[in-house]
Ligand binder design. Structure first.
Ligand SMILES: [Ca+2]
Ligand SMILES: [Ca+2]
Length: 347
C-alpha cells in the first residue's frame, strides 16, 4: 500500500504538491503563482465522505457522512475526554484525527475513526507536548500538523504526527495574532485575527524555528473580521469567513458572511501591490437566509461544489452550494452542533 502511494506521488509530482508523505518534500514546487504545479488531487481511493466538526464546549466530535446527499447526511457523535477543542484534521493514510485539545493545551491523535460507532468514547492514542497556550486553527501537511497559537504576538507550532506519537517539529513567531492557517505546497496562508487581512508566507515548508517574516499581507475589502480559510488549488479558489461583530452586539448572530475568491493567485498577486482585494473580485454569501453569524471555520469541496461551515454563534454545521454570484442563500443543510469550532472534510 505504501509503495503504491509513493509511486502515485512520483507520477503526479508535476501536478501534486500536497501529498501527505515525506517523500515529496523535495518534489518540484515553485512559487505560488505557478498554478499548474499547485493542483492537488487526493488519491481517489483515499477519499471519504465525511465532514468532521470540533466543539469547544461539548466534549464531542461530530461526524457527518454526505455520501448519499449533501442535504441529508447521516451523523455520528463521539465523546472525548476533553471539553474544549478547535482545529481538526483527518489523516486518510492512518484513519486518524488530529485535534487541537484546548483543555489540555496539546495536539492529540484519535485513531480508527472510520470504525467508531455513534456514542463511542474516544481516548487519544497520542498527545503532543504542551507548546501552545491558546490553540485555534490547524492544518495537516507532510506528516506534520501546524497549530495556531493565538497569543500576542502570534505563534505557529508544528509537530510531527502519526497515530502513536506527536512530537515537536518547529515553532515560529509571526509577529501578529493568528486565527487559522492553510498550507498549500510549500507555502502557508494565515488569517490575521481581529482584522480583514490575509497573510502569505512563501516557502513556509523550509522555514526554521524562530521569527518568520511574511511575504505579503493584503486586506479583503468589505470583510470585518475573518477567522477561517480554505483553499482549493485545483480550481484556484480561496474561501474566507467573516464573523462580523464577535459578540455583545444584537446582530452578531446574524451578521456573518462567506467570501469566495476565484482566480485567487492572480488577484492576490495584484493585491500584493495595491494592498487590497476589492469587492468586485469577491463572491459574498450573506443575509438573513444564510444562518451565518460567527462562521469560525470553513472547508471547500470542488468535487461536491460545496462549502462546509462551523458556525459558532448559531452552533451549527452549515453546508452551502458553491454559488455562482453573491447572494442571500440558505444553506442546503443545517444541523445543530453545540460549540461548533472547526471543520474539515476527507474528500
Ligand atoms: Ca481551518
Ligand atoms: Ca457575528
Amino acid at each position: 500500500m505504501k509503495t503504491i502511494q509513493l509511486f502515485a506521488c512520483g507520477v503526479l509530482a508535476f501536478t501534486l504538491t500536497n501529498c501527505q508523505t515525506e517523500s515529496v518534500d523535495s518534489s518540484m514546487i515553485d512559487g505560488y503563482n505557478s498554478k499548474a504545479s499547485k493542483s492537488y488531487e487526493m488519491d481517489e481511493a483515499m477519499k471519504g465522505h465525511s465532514v468532521y466538526v470540533s466543539s469547544n464546549t461539548s466534549g464531542m466530535l461530530s461526524i457527518f457522512n454526505v455520501q448519499e446527499a449533501l442535504e441529508m447526511p447521516s451523523m455520528k457523535v463521539l465523546s472525548l475526554p476533553y471539553m474544549d477543542a478547535d482545529g481538526v484534521e483527518y489523516d486518510a493514510n492512518r484513519d486518524a484525527i488530529y485535534q487541537v485539545n484546548r483543555s489540555d493545551k496539546a495536539l492529540v491523535a484519535l485513531s480508527n475513526i472510520s470504525e467508531a460507532m455513534n456514542g463511542d468514547v474516544l481516548i487519544p492514542t497520542a498527545m503532543g507536548p504542551s507548546t501552545f497556550e491558546n490553540g485555534r486553527g490547524s492544518d495537516l501537511y507532510n506528516n506534520k500538523v501546524v497549530v495556531v497559537d493565538d497569543v500576542t504576538p502570534g505563534k505557529l507550532v508544528s509537530y510531527h504526527v502519526n497515530e502513536e506519537v506527536i512530537s515537536d517539529f518547529r515553532q515560529y513567531h509571526v509577529g501578529f495574532e493568528v486565527w487559522d492557517v492553510h498550507v498549500n505546497g510549500k507555502d502557508l496562508w494565515a488569517i490575521e485575527d481581529v482584522s480583514s487581512n490575509l497573510v502569505y508566507f512563501e516557502n513556509f515548508h523550509n522555514a526554521k524555528s524562530g521569527d518568520l517574516m511574511y511575504t505579503a499581507k493584503v486586506a479583503i475589502e468589505g470583510l470585518v473580521r475573518t477567522h477561517g480559510l480554505d483553499y482549493d488549488a485545483g480550481t484556484d479558489t480561496m474561501v474566507l469567513t467573516d464573523i462580523g461583530s464577535a459578540s455583545g452586539m444584537p446582530t452578531s448572530a446574524s451578521d456573518g458572511a462567506l467570501i469566495i475568491i476565484h482566480d485567487f493567485s492572480a488577484k492576490f498577486m495584484t493585491a500584493a501591490e495595491s494592498g487590497m482585494i476589492g469587492l468586485d473580485d469577491q463572491i459574498r454569501i450573506e443575509g438573513d437566509l444564510t444562518e451565518l453569524g460567527n462562521p469560525v471555520d470553513v472547508a471547500i469541496s470542488t468535487d461536491k461544489h460545496a462549502i462546509f461551515v462551523a458556525e459558532r454563534a448559531q452552533q451549527k454545521l452549515l453546508i452551502f452550494d458553491m454559488p455562482m454570484s453573491s447572494g442571500n442563500y440558505a444553506p442546503v443543510y443545517s444541523s445543530s452542533v453545540p460549540g461548533a469550532s472547526s471543520v474539515t472534510i476527507d474528500f
